[in-house]
Design a protein around this ligand. Structure first.
Ligand code: PLP
Length: 413
């Protein structure tokens, strides 16, 4: 279905699912526009967590008593649900992690330390989040490999001609962000996967900003690894997922050792458990894992195509309103070709000051480098302000944002 054909969201109904949206800050209605950092949590996801603690809190895979069995089944089925959500084959391909960052580090340590060496190259992009940039940079240092960066164009797209030159037979890993958390650019990850595979390289896609907002199919994308976080998609904090093609995960050694990830242990050696448990050492985050699956159900019930379209429309509207002013610079692609966020700067006001003034109007945005310091260097600024939208945001909230920004413009003019 083309995104423009989808039924619009019933935002008022959706808002009723999120108790926190009733919050007031100093007597004013909260306008929450920091969703790219962390999204809010619907009642049924909160219930999934409290149901677990109220009714079947027990360790998984360790007991044959009723509670442990119930917890084990729910936790294991949560892997199936998350796998289905992103088009993976099944639980064998989904490792639960603390977040996207831990998923990156899992691949960095478990795959990178063993597979990379002097002469090997990891190709990233200038718009990588620190989660991937710092991980590969440090793994490269430990192994003697080299990191290279695909540049961005003036409009904030990846320079695909440069990508085709940078990815060579020396490339062992291409690591690319699917949707930039600063520019709102949606990267052509399938095309990059084809280029990577033509050179026998693997590709890791950082899906932290795509999975919450658009339908994702890791098999159609043909990525080898894919990572995302529960807390950006109506799920809880402290849970995320690493997708890996089964045959690659099968061949990979774990890097975190202990209980649950083993099949057999003697004083001399150990055998690893089957996938995905071989990568989940110790007692996992059971409650949040189960609630992660509930968040997938919630988003699917509403429809990812509709959520996607809604976010795009709000971002386009915000982009259009902000670019009416000459003293505002908005980063990234045009309004009609971006994901649901806008990062910008006022000529007169530092992003932190702006964010603080907006807070006086109960408008929550993010200010800083958004964990993309090298990208901000490329953009020629140390920080930016960022408004990011989700399924419960409204055009009126964009208006509230713009009005509060206007107050700040006048204050500092
Ligand atoms: N990648 C991108 C594109 C992000 O936006 C973020 C979070 O902002 C991350 C990775 C890291 O996510 P987490 O902090 O949940 O590990």
């Amino acid at each position: 279905m083309a995104t423009q054909d989808v039924t619009p969201l019933d935002v008022e109904r959706i808002r009723a699912d999120f108790p926190i949206l009733e919050r007031e800050i100093d007597g004013q209605q909260l306008v929450y526009l920091d969703n790219a950092a962390t999204s809010q949590t619907p009642e049924r996801v909160i219930d999934a967590i409290s149901d677990y603690y109220r009714e079947y809190n027990a360790n998984v895979h360790r007991g044959i008593h009723q509670l442990s069995q119930e917890a084990s089944i729910a936790y294991e089925e949560a892997h199936d649900r998350v796998a289905e959500f992103v088009g993976a084959d099944g639980r064998e391909e989904i490792v639960f992690t603390g977040n996207t960052t831990e998923a990156m580090n899992t691949v960095g340590y478990a795959w990178g330390l063993n597979e990379l060496g002097p002469g090997d190259e990891v190709v990233l992009t200038e718009m990588e989040h620190h989660a991937s940039l710092v991980t590969w940079q440090q793994i490269a240092k430990l192994t003697g490999a080299e990191c290279k960066y695909i540049p961005i164009t003036d409009e904030g797209y990846l320079d695909m001609e440069a990508a085709a030159e940078l990815i060579t037979d020396d490339t062992e890993m291409v690591s690319v962000v699917h949707v930039s958390n600063t520019l709102g650019t949606v990267n052509p990850v399938s095309e990059l996967a084809d280029i990577a595979h033509d050179h026998d390289s693997l590709i890791f896609v950082d899906g932290a900003q795509s999975v919450p907002h658009q339908p994702v199919d890791v098999e159609a994308m043909d990525c080898d690894f894919f990572a995302f976080s529960g807390h950006k998609m109506c799920g809880p904090t402290g849970i995320g997922a690493l997708y890996g093609k089964e045959h690659i995960l099968e061949e990979m050694e774990p890097y975190s050792y202990g209980g649950d990830m083993i099949l057999k242990v003697t004083f001399e050696d150990s055998q690893w458990n089957e996938l995905p448990w071989k990568f989940e050492a110790g007692t996992p985050n059971i409650a949040d894992g189960i609630a992660f699956a509930e968040a997938c159900d919630y988003l699917d019930d509403i429809g990812l195509e509709r959520i996607h379209r809604h976010g795009q429309q709000l971002a386009e509207y915000a982009y259009d309103r902000l670019t009416e002013w000459d003293d505002v610079e908005v980063y990234g692609p045009p309004g009609d070709d971006r994901a649901g966020l806008v990062a910008f700067n006022l000529e007169t006001t530092h992003a932190h000051d702006l964010s603080s003034i907006l807070n006086d109007y109960a408008v929550a945005i993010r200010a800083g480098d958004h964990c993309t310091q090298p990208l901000h260097d490329v953009l020629g600024t140390a920080a930016s302000a960022r408004a990011s939208f989700y399924l419960y945001n409204t055009r009126e909230e964009v208006d509230a944002l713009v009005e509060a920004i206007d107050e700040a413009r006048q204050l500092f003019a």
